[in-house]
Ligand binder design. Structure first.
Ligand code: ATP
Length: 195
């Protein structure tokens, strides 16, 4: 299944709970870093497109690459065209390795933004009310209210995300209030397993 939600909605909190219950968690953010590690085809493709100025000591110079794509939407699209397919290939490999009995949870922050709803038999959205989301983001990242709001506004809207959801986990309340919802989700995931 695909697990998504806005920034600081609680995706990691939910994924950690499911992992503790036995799910195999595949995190798109982690894979996005792995596919551009030194020696990868991904890093070679980035060097071919963006030049040696985004490489330092054989590794990706993230700040340098960030400056290039920040100012240039086409450069950003080119970067995504390198990274996203590599992430999807790696996720497919890991899913196959997990085996058909496993409950596989793919955490994809930009699942809705990248239109991957249909790639999953089940899309689970972690939802949070906007005030709690802003407060948690400010607290965790040390952002001002305006910085937090700008990051929230840069993502898909809450409505668009909810429209893509097969299951909604409401994380507006306390962490304890997640418990019964995750019990139900886990039961559902067990029932959907083959055999
Ligand atoms: P990101 O996409 O930014 O990586 P995320 O969606 O994975 O974030 P988490 O890291 O799970 O979100 O949670 C965001 C922050 O909010 C964390 O500091 C976490 O401890 C806190 N948090 C999560 N759920 C709750 C809750 N129910 N009540 C209070 N704080 C919470």
């Amino acid at each position: 299944m695909g697990l998504t939600g806005g920034i600081a909605s609680g995706k990691s909190t939910v994924a950690d709970d499911l992992a503790a219950r036995g799910a195999v968690v595949i995190d798109a953010d982690v894979l996005a870093r792995e596919v551009v590690e030194p020696g990868t085809d991904g890093l070679a493709a980035i060097e071919a497109r963006f030049g040696p100025e985004v490489i330092v000591d054989g590794a990706l110079d993230r700040p340098a690459l960030g400056r290039v794509v920040f100012a240039d939407p086409q450069a950003r699209r080119d970067l995504e065209a390198i990274i996203h397919p590599a992430v999807r290939r790696r996720a497919a490999e890991l899913t196959a390795e997990a085996g058909s009995d496993a409950v596989v949870v793919q955490v994809i922050p930009l699942l809705v933004e990248t239109g991957q709803q249909d790639a999953f038999d089940l899309v689970v959205v972690v939802d949070v009310d906007p005030d709690s989301q802003r407060e948690r983001l400010q607290q965790r990242n040390g952002f001002s209210a305006d910085e937090a709001l700008a990051r929230i506004a840069a993502q898909a809207s809450r409505a668009d995300r909810l429209a893509a959801a097969d299951v909604v986990i409401d994380n507006s309340g306390s962490p304890a209030e997640l418990g019964p919802q995750l019990d139900r989700l886990w039961s559902m995931l067990q029932e959907r397993r083959p055999g």
